[in-house]
Design a protein around this ligand. Structure first.
Ligand code: B12
Length: 633
């Protein structure tokens, strides 16, 4: 397709993450360029953070605080105002340090006299619950750079607290005003927020949007909302674009739309956006661009919402999606790759990979090859439509991305990368001698043999995460996870022995889960750490979504859904009643405490009951259960 008259700008709204760009605009821009469309991109999440975290940004913050009477300031805000000259003097060098542009500053930062230290630094001295000791001890194991990055991250977190308390209570570095969009049945809260006078952050975003328009002079702006925490800003950006030039076509898409806005009937959304599209963006966009060129009627749009005579209309003229082999190579061209911030927030080794380092993001396949887990949105396209590419195609993409970005780290963003594809990919990476590092999410399949784990490590795999969910064979079967605890033990041991960091996604609160199940799950997890199978983990509280099997056939899981109010906007989470009546909140506290300590190698031999602050039964799992599982092959 040639489209000389169309100029497409793709934007990432605040906030997503600060260490690397969220990949949707890179995918769409790469795809559109491959089809001859003039396409460019900007990351306004990073731009907003850098605008705020600058000497001029802190001066604006201080001015706003000065307008508040002393007596009305919170303790944090007061502390910031007192120490303002030190913040103003340190912000620019600290940002440069976090961008990796001035590493020698680390020595001054770890000296603890350079950065002003607000309340967030108290965590360094605080004793963590039950035994881990002051967090500071962990720095014994960290180098100077990491230690300094952690301190600089605390400094930024202090500033984010001040912004929240003085300027905009909805602000966080990885989500912004999330509650206005997440599972919000009506548009009313968002509409009210959008009608309110702009906060300092809104004003910045407005200016950044106008700057981007001036730079790129687009005729079409694609705004991508992967998560609820990017939605408010997306609407603010669209508001600015429409006020600036109503003739610019605005389009909204991304993971949030694909998940939560499928039943949209709210016409006010179209005061901001001309079109919304669902699922993989490539095919709907081609159709839409043809429409904008007058070559296709609105009746032939693909998976698109628009407004007709004041009502929302959904059109899905069925055309096949673009095969994953043909979507082309994402491009990061136009994004300021040297300006992302490598933050070191938590000492959880896997979370560290999420927020630290500029990873190129790439999918090994579209969708999930398993698509059965009953807690997952298996009915949606991004899970249900499995479509793989050859190892040659993937390696071509990898080579092109390394050549373009100069960076060799890859995060494979699949829900669960397929073992067969990973094996072929590893062989091709080795054959071409591409010295990349990579990590991503997998399922703990039997097919990950120790030999395959070693081959993956040799091809550059440094870490994997996978779901152990509730470590209980009964519940793993009920949730159709397709793995057993013993199998997870053997597979994770294989990865660990190959030198690959293993992170387990853990879940609690699944339908019918009893206190005994939870205690037993923790006992398994304890043993997996003690036996060196896993090094990292995180407990998520189970929640039901409307597109998951639990949300669709709750009776199969022994639970009853709570009715939802009428929905005209977002629909996702849904409450449920579990007749088991287990107090998961109380148990969750114990699980998190235990895991935190296990990740530091602490108390691995002790009875798991010690972590709970409520009375719990003895584990029914034998203390050598995992050791025995590891002896079997
Ligand atoms: C990898 C991943 C992560 C990683 C990395 C996140 C990151 N910042 O890069 C980790 C594990 C850290 C993560 C965290 C979270 N995630 Co996540 N994550 C994913 C996953 C599996 C892939 C995302 C990805 O990179 N896809 C590749 C890109 C290219 O695909 P895409 O963004 O969907 O873009 C395509 C289309 O959507 C469309 N499109 C996109 N934008 C636009 C715009 C326009 C205008 C158009 C026309 C089309 C279009 O075209 C693109 C190409 O086809 C998705 C599920 C999935 N399979 O997509 C969930 C998903 C996006 N995550 C989700 C959530 C909720 C989160 C968290 C908020 C969870 C939490 N509570 O903490 C956090 C937020 C983290 C953050 N602030 O950055 C949800 C969002 C659903 C929702 N309710 O909005 C998803 C959909 C999974 C789910 N169903 O739960 N996540």
């Amino acid at each position: 397709m040639t489209a000389p008259d169309l100029r497409v700008l793709s934007l990432i709204p605040p906030m997503t993450q600060l260490n690397t760009p969220y990949p949707s605009t890179a995918y769409l821009t790469g795809f559109l360029r491959g089809r001859g469309v003039h396409a460019v991109q900007d990351d306004l999440a990073l731009a907003l953070a850098l605008r705020l975290l600058s000497p001029a940004g802190l001066a604006d913050l201080k001015r706003q605080i000065d307008a508040v009477p002393q007596g009305e300031r919170t303790v944090r805000v007061h502390a910031f105002a007192e120490a303002y000259p030190r913040y103003a003097g340190t912000i620019a060098p600290t940002i440069r340090f976090l961008q990796g542009q001035d590493p020698t500053l680390a020595h001054r930062i770890v000296g603890r006299a350079f950065l002003p230290e607000g309340p967030r630094f108290a965590t360094l001295e605080a004793y963590d619950d039950d035994g881990a000791g002051p967090l500071a001890w962990a720095f014994g194991a960290l180098g100077v750079q990491d230690h300094a990055r952690h301190l600089a991250t605390l400094y930024l977190n202090d500033l984010a607290d001040v912004v929240r308390e003085a300027v905009d209570s909805r602000f966080e570095f990885v989500r912004y005003a999330e509650s206005l969009a997440q599972s919000q049945p009506t548009f009313d809260p968002l509409a009210a927020a959008l009608a309110a006078p702009p906060t300092l952050l809104d004003a910045y975003l407005q200016q950044l949007t106008l700057d981007s328009l001036a730079r790129h002079r687009p005729t079409v702006v694609l705004i991508s909302v992967p998560f609820p925490g990017a939605v408010y800003a997306a609407f603010r950006m669209a508001q600015t674009i429409k006020a600036h030039d109503a003739a610019i076509t605005t389009v909204l898409g991304g993971g949030y739309v694909n998940t939560e806005l499928r039943e949209l009937t709210e016409p006010r959304v179209f005061d901001y956006f001309d079109f919304l599209t669902l699922d993989a963006g490539e095919r709907p966009l081609l159709a839409l661009l043809e429409h904008l060129q007058g070559r296709r009627s609105t009746q032939r749009l693909v998976r698109s919402f628009h407004r007709v005579d004041g009502a929302v209309k959904y059109t899905n003229f069925v055309e096949p999606d673009i095969a994953f082999d043909d979507v082309g190579t994402p491009t990061w061209d136009g994004l300021p790759l040297q300006q992302y911030l490598s933050l070191l927030d938590m000492l959880n080794p896997m979370h560290r990979l999420w927020s630290d380092g500029r990873w190129n993001k790439l999918t090994v396949a579209h969708g999930c090859y398993w698509k059965k887990c009953s807690f997952c949105d298996v009915s949606l396209d991004y899970i249900a439509r499995y479509d793989a590419a050859t190892a040659e195609t993937l390696c071509d993409r990898i080579e092109a991305i390394v050549a373009e970005t100069g960076q060799t780290g890859f995060h494979f963003v699949d829900e669960a990368a397929p073992p067969k594809s990973l094996k072929a990919l590893a062989a091709e990476l080795q054959r071409r001698q591409l010295g990349i590092s990579w990590w991503g999410n997998i399922r703990f399949e039997k097919s990950f043999t120790p030999d395959l784990c070693q081959q993956l490590a040799d091809s550059g795999c440094i870490a994997i995460s996978g779901g152990l969910e509730v470590a209980s064979d009964r519940l793993l079967t009920l949730m159709k996870k397709g793995v057993s605890v013993d199998q997870v033990a053997r597979v994770t041991k294989g990865f660990s022995e190959a030198g690959i960091l293993v992170h387990a996604y853990l879940m609690y609160g699944f339908p019918t889960q009893t206190v005994q199940d939870t205690v037993d799950a923790l006992e398994y997890v304890r043993q997996l750490f003690a036996e060196g199978c896993i090094q990292s983990g995180f407990w998520h509280r189970f929640s039901t979504t409307v597109h998951s099997p639990v949300g669709q056939t709750p009776q199969d899981y022994g639970v009853q859904l709570l009715p939802l109010p009428p929905v005209s906007f977002a629909k996702n989470d849904i409450g449920f009643i579990d007749p088991t009546g287990t107090d998961h909140d109380a148990l969750g506290r114990g699980l998190k405490k235990a895991l935190y300590n296990y990740m530091h190698g602490i108390a691995l031999e002790q009875d798991v009951r010690r972590w709970f602050d409520i009375r719990v039964p003895k584990p029914k799992v034998a203390r050598d259960r995992i050791a025995r599982a590891l002896q079997q092959t």
